[in-house]
Unconditional design. Structure first.
Ligand code: NAP
Length: 484
């Protein structure tokens, strides 16, 4: 299959924090893959900026090594890598000082797309924005990319939005949530709004409930200090899970255009009802053998931060009234799965004698592993013996169905960065969306603090605390399996 590549304008992309972990592991290997697929126009430039005392050659060495380490098989072509590295430059700047800015200004070209990626701590956003503006490096057409976490509550998110707004308009700001760059997430919109099959059923008449699961097998890794101040609610639910919930629940925008889509997502967040504390379960994993517990991992023996959350929430609108949305995410679980499952109601009556099971159609949208969609349907069990019914998945794993095109396009960062250059904000969170999401999660987090809520324990390699199972059992439902 031949992929259709939308051309990208000439650009200068400055990555503040170019020497950091995110730039080396994700951003630059992703850009190299775009280079390999011919999406970086000739002459496009990537400029690393950080305090480290490096020149172009030193930075190119660093990035060459990072690409070899993190870039995957397709990046092994040494000649192409050398050609890509030619596009890369470096300027030493301190976000909070004045050195290096004049050099950066000289390097940046007129009449090309200028994009500035803030891959640094949010505490530096204000200083960077101010200097970009003050030194005349950013103009009205420049684009600004910012990373999560976008605040740690409503107040800090508002302050960040206000800081950026001093120098950039909302249509220049691209707040990245890399979940939105995944092929399947966009396919969710294609499936919902490009097929006649699903939309008529997409409401409380036909949908029993919806489950969104983002399960990880990894722990907090080396990020213990950061993570323990954040927790799963801030780190995963407020952004990734809520974005998925918005896409699954939103009304059809009148066109696939940034503000039309984001207006609809915002309406969903605003319609979310406050969560009853009986409908939330938090957890921390215990030690297993020589694997440390969460508290040992974060080196805080009294930590009450959750690394697992399961909750049930409701959307107060005509489409979804009465349909529970169950969200769960956690670390060191049984398997690595990200999935949205739309569980339809059963038929209520079976015409097949002896068929007592309540069969349900389930549309499962898998973000990882094996991005794809499967639809569980009920069919006759093959062979003699009458009409025995079984449930089977109609599986469409994109890599099987679409071949190489998927591999080329899977990395979310690549797609999102190219969207920045194209000026397409559809897959980026708008400031008011982020604030509305915090306005919903803040009372939950504050409630835990005032109640001195202690997370439940769970075993490493399990599906989370027992109480998370009960959350659905009480409603006569159960979680979908997390495959190990
Ligand atoms: P990191 O490894 O600590 O890198 C931070 C970068 O900022 C380095 O390049 C550092 O370079 C530069 N820097 C620090 N102080 C500076 C200053 N005063 N002026 C200019 N540059 C400065 O952090 P990271 O993991 O790459 O994360 C960057 C941002 O992305 C953070 O906001 C993080 O929360 C977010 N994020 C990271 C990940 C991830 O997987 N790593 C995922 C999602 C979001 P010098 O020391 O050379 O100045």
């Amino acid at each position: 299959m031949v992929s259709r590549v939308i051309p990208v304008d000439q650009f200068d992309l400055v990555i503040f924090g170019g020497t950091g972990d995110l730039a080396r592991r994700k951003i630059l290997p992703g850009l190299f893959r775009r280079f390999l697929s011919g999406q970086m126009p000739e002459g496009a430039r990537v400029i690393g900026a950080a305090r480290s005392d490096l020149d172009d050659a030193g930075f190119r060495d660093m990035i060459g090594q990072a690409i070899e380490e993190f870039g995957g098989e397709e990046t092994a072509d040494k000649d192409r890598l050398a050609a890509f590295l030619e596009c890369i430059h470096y300027v030493a700047v301190d976000a909070t000082g004045e050195g290096g800015w004049a050099q950066l200004k000289d390097l940046i070209r007129e009449n090309v797309v200028r994009a500035f990626y803030f891959s640094v701590a949010p505490s530096l956003f204000g200083a960077l924005a101010e200097r970009l503006h003050g030194h005349g490096i950013a103009d009205r057409n420049s684009r600004l990319v910012v990373e999560k976490p976008f605040g740690r509550d409503l107040e800090t998110a508002k302050a960040l939005n206000a800081t950026l707004a001093e120098h950039f308009q909302e249509d220049q700001i691209y707040r990245i949530d890399h979940y939105l760059g995944k092929e399947t997430v966009q396919n969710l919109m294609a499936v919902r709004f490009g097929n006649i099959l699903f939309e008529p059923l997409w409401n409380n008449h036909y949908v029993d409930h919806i489950q969104i699961t983002v399960a990880e097998t990894v722990g907090v890794g080396g990020r213990g200090g950061y993570y323990d101040k954040s927790g799963a609610m801030r780190d995963m639910v407020q952004n990734h899970l809520m974005q998925l919930l918005c896409l699954i629940a939103m009304e059809a925008p009148n066109q696939f255009e940034a503000d039309a889509v984001r207006d609809e997502k915002l309406k969903v967040i605003r319609a979310l009802q406050p969560v009853d504390f009986h409908h939330i379960v938090r957890g921390q994993y215990d030690a297993r053998g020589d694997e440390p517990s969460y508290r040992e991992d974060v080196e805080n023996p009294r930590s009450h931060t959750e690394c697992f959350v399961a909750l049930k929430c409701q959307i107060a609108n005509m489409r979804w009234s009465g349909v529970p949305f169950y969200l769960r995410t956690g670390k060191k679980l049984k398997g690595r799965t990200s999935e949205i499952a739309v569980v339809f109601k059963d038929l209520g009556h079976s015409i097949f004698e002896g068929d007592e099971k309540r069969h349900r159609n389930i549309l499962a949208i898998r973000l990882q592993p094996n991005e794809g969609i499967d639809l569980q349907v009920t069919i006759k069990e093959p062979g003699p013996g009458g009409m025995r019914l079984i449930d089977v998945p109609l599986d469409m794993t994109f890599a099987d169905a679409l071949g190489d095109d998927v591999d080329e396009a899977t990395d979310a960062y690549e797609r999102l960065i190219m969207d920045v250059i194209r000026g397409n904000q559809t897959l980026f969170m708008r400031g008011d969306e982020v604030e509305a999401a915090w306005a919903w999660t803040d009372p939950i987090i504050e409630g835990w603090q005032t109640r001195n809520d202690v997370p439940k324990h769970y075993d490493i390699g399990s599906t989370g605390p027992e109480d998370a199972m009960m959350l659905l059992h009480r409603d006569g439902r159960r979680w979908r399996e997390i495959k190990g």
